[in-house]
Ligand binder design. Structure first.
Ligand code: BEZ
Length: 209
């Protein structure tokens, strides 16, 4: 199983990877006294919110890069065969494009539960196309969380994504929907595009067989 060294499949260590960050997030009080909060989405939130929102606007954040380095044991994979989903890596000078949602504070509770496998809320500055900026929140899975997988050769990450499937569906759909949504926003993300190219190639090999 791909993942952290020394955690064989089926062991208790595998179960430990299903971390629950819900309580940590719900102790965060930033913006809790506001009527509305901006939330920056850079993964599935770009193509599917799954919650009610007041407003939705393309936005970007500075000094972060999107990477498929977070393991998904609960949505796009299983503890025995985790998938890979997006997280953000600190990257001075980089820009990460995504989608901003203006939400009410009550929306965060269910999101904390949905994203409990390693993601923590962070305060971030959002930039909008008209040069407007706003303070908001973003969920980031950092390298110290138990489900973190980190880097691997592109072909290996693509194969893992092509093969994984979890309660929220095939891992490949997450990647390919994200790739299409970024293209629709006119955003070039070389990491996502390269992975999507690999996964489409693997799909075509399977359908030719
Ligand atoms: C997102 O799609 O931006 C996202 C939301 C919650 C956790 C991780 C990513």
């Amino acid at each position: 199983m791909p993942g952290r060294p020394g955690t064989p499949p089926g062991s208790n260590a595998t179960l430990d990877m299903v971390l629950d960050t819900t309580q940590q997030n719900q102790r965060m009080t930033h913006f809790s006294d506001h009527d509305a909060i901006w939330l920056f989405g850079y993964g599935s939130l770009i193509w599917k919110a799954g919650f009610a929102y007041l407003e939705r606007r393309p936005a970007y954040i500075r000094d972060w890069t999107r990477r498929f380095w977070q393991g998904s044991h609960d949505h796009r994979g299983t503890p025995a065969a985790p998938g890979r989903v997006a997280t953000l890596l600190p990257s001075p000078g980089a820009i990460c494009h995504g989608m901003a949602y203006r939400i009410t504070p009550e929306t965060l509770g269910p999101l904390d539960v949905r994203e409990k496998n390693g993601y923590l809320r962070e305060v971030i500055t959002l930039h909008f196309a008209d040069s407007d900026t706003a303070q908001g929140l973003v969920y980031i899975a950092t390298e110290d969380n138990a489900a973190y997988l980190g880097d691997a050769p592109t072909a290996e990450i693509a194969r893992q994504i092509a093969e994984a499937r979890g309660p929220s569906g095939p891992n490949r759909d997450y990647l390919l929907n994200l790739d299409e949504a970024l293209r629709a926003l006119d955003v070039e993300d070389a990491h996502v595009a390269e992975l999507a190219r690999h996964v489409r190639h693997l799909d075509s090999e399977t359908s030719d067989a």
